[in-house]
Design a protein around this ligand. Sequence first.
Ligand SMILES: C[S@@+](CC[C@H](N)C(=O)[O-])C[C@H]1O[C@@H](n2cnc3c(N)ncnc32)[C@H](O)[C@@H]1O
Length: 225
Amino acid sequence: MQDAGFVKNAFAGIASRYVLANHVLSLGIDVLWRSMTARLVAEKHPKRILDLATGSGDLAQTLRKSCPDAKILGADFSVPMMREAQHRNFHHLIAADGMALPFQDASFDVLTVAFGLRNMASWPDALREMRRVLSGQGHLFVLDFSLPTLPLVRPAYLFYLKNIMPRVAGWITGQRKAYEYLCSSVEQFPSGHVMEKLMKDCGYNEVRTHKLSLGIASLYIARVG
Ligand SMILES: C[S@@+](CC[C@H](N)C(=O)[O-])C[C@H]1O[C@@H](n2cnc3c(N)ncnc32)[C@H](O)[C@@H]1O
């Protein structure tokens, strides 16, 4: 659970360097994670997709390629982040808070949220709000960071996350604090079975987890009905 004011300021501060920092810090692997997500979304043949916490629109752009016939709307509460999406030629955008979405019930067939849920003020309330705007047969796709569970990989990754990543990101964006926050938010964020249980408690069914890149990220897919 996060402080919305802090999160908004943090993303406003890094917006113009966000994409570059992402690609450098993940060595480009984030592109593969979004591609896999978009491929699995396409298997559901959605007509209406909401990409929540769309930020610079990276996932929305990838979805545009994998689901060329779908209407894709990006939503975010950070206008500076959405400006980056516009610079990257994605314009179907709306300013909206994930905690109180300005859409009627059952407005979308698929809702994607990449690296966004972790930053929201209440994970259960956000998951319920996402469920509300999904249709009865709709699907939720949550892509986010997680911590590897393998004995040697986990401490090595935590060392990178705490000591190397904020320093490198600080050089790129000038906003080291935002990336120290990233590290603590990843440590707090539920993953694996804990996330699956949270989603089920929020009314989702058939929750499945895909661990990506040794568990550095996870993709959760859940059905509404
Ligand atoms: C790490 S970025 C992810 C951007 C993009 N989805 C991606 O894959 O790169 C997180 C985004 O979540 C947005 N965000 C955080 N909390 C939000 C909320 N409550 N409602 C809407 N957007 C939110 C931030 O403004 C930011 O643009």
